[in-house]
Design a protein around this ligand. Structure first.
Ligand SMILES: [Zn+2]
Length: 141
């Protein structure tokens, strides 16, 4: 991964996400290289992003499961203009919508080359460690 460098020459890293009560397990899991999802204890569906209740049946009950880190591409966009200077050295980069093998759908950044990208293509999880947090990305499988 390339590193953004500020005008001062110091390395600039992507800002760490702000974990809340609902997402703390997710960010802590990534930091220890585990990809965790919520599963509804009422209807059994898996969801992403972490949230306090099920978007399908409204139940507040959930348990945490470990994802296989596999999925397929539903769609994607390529970002050509950095919305934050921290990402200026990364453009262009691609953001995928991935249907996870466990059933949830997530927006996530592509790791690696996007030239062979297409809908339905299998992808797999990679962990990208930043100084203060770990990011999930997916690469073509
Ligand atoms: Zn549910």
């Amino acid at each position: 991964m390339s590193e953004a460098v500020a005008e001062t020459g110091a390395a600039v890293h992507p800002p760490a996400p702000e974990a809340d009560a609902d997402s703390a397990f997710y960010w802590e899991g990534l930091r220890s290289h585990r990809f965790l999802l919520q599963e509804c204890t009422e209807c059994g569906r898996r969801r992403f992003p972490p949230m306090p209740s099920c978007p399908y049946c409204s139940s507040a009950g959930s348990r945490v499961i470990e994802s296989s880190g596999r999925g397929t591409i539903y769609s994607w966009i390529t970002v050509h203009r950095a919305f934050n200077p921290v990402f200026a050295s990364d453009v262009p980069y691609t953001v995928l919508t991935v249907d996870l093998a466990e059933g949830a759908r997530m927006a996530v950044r592509l790791a690696g080359d996007a030239s062979d990208i297409k809908a339905g293509r299998e992808v797999e999880l990679v962990f990208v460690d930043h100084p203060d947090w770990t990011e999930a990305r997916f690469r073509l499988a």
